[in-house]
Design a protein around this ligand. Structure first.
Ligand code: COA
Length: 174
């Protein structure tokens, strides 16, 4: 999984009263541009996925994606999304998890992870793994809170000098 942006995001969270709770739905091909745009906001240039990479992950037969969508004055708005896979060994993997800056700390990431973990469970999977940048302390705090543990440090995962943590969680325990 990718590295988060390194600069603080200037978007201040909106007031809770102005933010309806998003609903989770399955990915539709018409979402692709919006997912690409959100990924560009969530991750640093060169680390964010290209449109082709996102499309490639979404095409994989062993992957699924879910969207957190809210009603907005301008129509429907994507608050976040997750792409997950479950391989032949029935191990789940989080490919990416993106929540719009103004929607963070309102349980959108938790709802998306819950959906992805439940899907892995339904595939017969017993564990979920992911990688997160060593300097992405927000993501590490989020995953630790969800019961993930740091399993090992991966040197140069994102390029020279850019380490990641492999993190994982047994679904049996939860
Ligand atoms: C990481 C991310 C997905 C979290 O999404 P979120 O919707 O804000 O998470 P939630 O609101 O569900 O947070 C659940 C808990 O995680 C922890 N957490 C989340 N963000 C945190 C932060 N910035 N600092 C400390 N703990 C945090 C808290 O314990 C939080 O519970 P609380 O709000 O009741 O204290 C979001 O910050 C994001 O999209 N970041 C940029 C992309 C990214 O880094 N993705 C993961 C890459 S590995």
């Amino acid at each position: 999984m990718k590295q988060a942006e390194r600069v603080p995001n200037p978007s201040a969270p909106a007031s809770p009263s102005t933010l309806p709770t998003p609903r989770i739905r399955a990915y539709r091909p018409s979402d692709l541009d919006a997912l690409f745009n959100l990924d560009q906001i969530c991750f640093a240039p060169g680390v964010a996925y290209s449109r082709a990479e996102i499309a490639g992950y979404l095409r994989r037969p062993d992957s699924r994606a879910w969207i957190a969508e809210s009603a907005a004055e301008s129509g429907r708005e994507i608050a976040g999304f997750v792409i997950a896979s479950c391989d032949r060994r029935r191990q789940g993997h989080i490919i990416t998890l993106d929540v719009a800056p103004a929607r963070r700390r309102r349980a959108v990431g938790s709802m998306l992870m819950e959906t992805a973990e439940n899907w892995v469970r339904r595939q017969g999977g017993s564990a979920v793994f992911l990688e997160t940048a060593e300097d992405n302390l927000t993501a590490q705090a989020f995953y630790l809170r969800r019961g993930y543990a740091r399993l090992g440090r991966i040197e140069d995962y994102y390029g020279k000098g850019e380490a990641a943590w492999s993190m994982g969680k047994s679904l049996a325990a939860f």
